[in-house]
Design a protein around this ligand. Structure first.
Ligand SMILES: [Zn+2]
Length: 509
């Protein structure tokens, strides 16, 4: 199973590219050794309950080194009722690349009722896709690697699994053991993909809070463990022929006073630090999502999984072009003024029709708006806006509920219309978008299509809640039609919850 220096198909491709680049950049040196393809290696480090803001504030040279030569971004998780901000859902999301409504790990004590068999961890996917790859997982939170009540998050198909019981043996001690043992294994055996987990930061968070001295001590201790792992990797005799991707993440954050599980910003906070080949340095303009971690790991070995939610890079999304147009709050008093996160500016070619919209109301939500999770969920926590996990970056919102939180007259009537998409010669077209809709009263949420300027006809009308769904609609194209505009219409809203859409795309078939 362990064949670290094997030439894979991917490596052969890399070899070709490298040769071409070298040939362009430098004249070939007569004495140069024959070019060798680098072997891809991935190390994922999990730090339970760690906050990126604290890593950046404390004395953490190893993690800061990864950040300064790589990328780092705070990420945002769900909240209940979608899933609580607990370790079970958090690590299952990081490991499987799907959100909790798919993997169904919804607590810290799950039994057999999960979908971990259908959506396995990234190491198991690697083993199945390419059995010659070697994989490794080591942890001191036992349900990650062994789970007597049900399935562990990392399956028994992982080539080598090591479990220490942090509760029984003491977390500071088991974390140190993990650092020493994992370093030796990384240096000696050098598995192709590894997951190394540290639990003590979360224990400290519970004990003294994210603002407490013990939380700082635990994060700085863990940084030394990270340094030990990185030194072991660099000490490998074959390191020069290897491309190491290092990813660091967490399963949730901690309140200042300690604890998690709820919907506050720090509890919903995680992060992705990425370092190595394919990393765009700096802070991404559009933050990744925790499900992306598995997709990134698989991508390093040239493997894709069409059934996971994660993506290697932020998708092409017209709404994300508005990231520079976002504004500070006007009427939403719950949002700090430094959180810029809403606009009525539309992307190029998009239009908003507010004919029939009542007057007044909360200005941020007068008709369709464009917003972010950070802004929208702070405006009104615990109303399932946190469940909008399949939106990312900037998304569109028609929020009759928040609009109604300030004196207004009339009803919420607003239509968001796309640019004209080409459908020349097609018999059908496929419309995809992420959709998050909470139904309340007699409001109407419909998607309509207008071919070549004709009267729009409904192609979808919601009659019930639609939580964090990817819609994929096949639309018949009339004979001879050349273009279609799509309209998302929320009408007759009277303090009636909301509708969010993101990443709209139309392709002709
Ligand atoms: Zn915890």
């Amino acid at each position: 199973m362990n064949r670290p220096l094997a030439l894979t198909a991917l490596a052969t491709v890399a070899l070709t590219v490298t040769t071409a680049l070298v040939a362009t950049a430098h004249p070939p040196a007569a004495a140069a050794a024959a070019p060798t393809a680098n072997v891809q290696k991935v190390l994922v480090i999990g730090i339970d309950g760690a906050l990126l803001s604290k890593i950046q504030a404390f004395d953490t040279p190893a993690l800061k080194g990864l950040i300064s030569t790589g990328s780092a971004s705070r990420t945002t998780l769900y909240a209940s009722p979608f899933a609580p901000t607990l370790s079970g859902p958090g690590w299952a999301t990081n490991a499987t690349g799907v959100w909790p409504d798919k993997h169904k790990v919804l607590s810290n004590s799950w039994g057999t009722g999960t979908n971990l068999t259908q959506y396995p961890d990234f190491l198991t996917r690697l083993e199945r896709a390419r059995p010659t790859l070697s994989t490794y997982a080591i942890a001191d939170w036992t349900p990650l690697t062994t789970n007597s009540a049900g399935q562990a998050i990392f399956t028994d198909e992982v080539q080598k699994k090591v479990t220490y019981d942090g509760d029984a043996l003491g977390w500071t001690a088991t974390d140190a053991k993990i650092a020493t043992e994992a370093a030796a294994y990384l240096k000696g055996t050098g598995p192709d993909a590894s997951f190394v987990y540290f639990g003590d930061v979360d224990i400290a968070g519970h004990s003294c809070g994210a603002t407490g001295a013990c939380y700082r001590t635990a994060i700085e201790n863990t940084d030394r463990h990270v340094a030990t792992l990185l030194a072991a990797v660099k000490a490998r005799p074959t390191y020069g022929g290897e491309d190491w991707t290092v990813l660091v993440t967490a399963d949730h954050g901690h309140k200042d006073s300690g604890g998690h599980g709820g919907s506050s910003v720090p509890e919903r906070s995680s992060f992705i630090i990425r370092n190595g080949p394919g990393t765009t340095p700096g802070t991404p303009a559009i933050a990744p999502k925790n499900v992306d971690l598995a997709a990134i790991v698989l991508s390093r070995f040239g493997i894709t999984a069409s059934d996971i939610d994660g993506q290697v890079a932020a998708p092409d999304d017209p709404f994300d072009s508005l990231v520079g147009s976002l504004q500070s709050r006007l009427d939403e008093t719950g949002v700090p003024t430094d959180v810029k996160g809403w606009t009525h500016t539309t992307p190029a070619g998009w239009t908003i029709d507010n004919t029939g919209l009542g007057t007044g109301g909360v200005r941020e939500w007068q008709g369709w708006s464009f917003t972010t999770d950070d802004f929208w969920t702070r405006a009104a926590p615990d109303q399932q806006r946190e469940s909008n996990v399949r939106a990312r970056g900037v998304f569109a919102v028609a929020d009759s509920d928040e609009w109604s939180d300030k004196t207004r007259t009339g009803l919420f009537n607003s239509k968001l219309t796309s640019p004209a998409y080409d459908v020349t010669g097609a018999t059908t077209a496929t419309l995809t978008f992420s959709s998050h809709y909470l139904k309340s009263g007699t409001e109407t949420a419909t998607v309509q299509a207008s071919f070549d300027g004709a009267t729009p006809t409904p192609i979808l009308t919601y009659t019930k809640d639609t939580i964090a769904k990817i819609e994929r609609l096949t639309i018949p194209v009339p004979a001879g039609a050349r273009s279609v505009k799509i309209t998302w219409s929320l009408t007759n809203g009277d303090n009636d919850w909301y509708w969010s859409i993101d990443t709209p795309h139309l392709t002709k078939n």
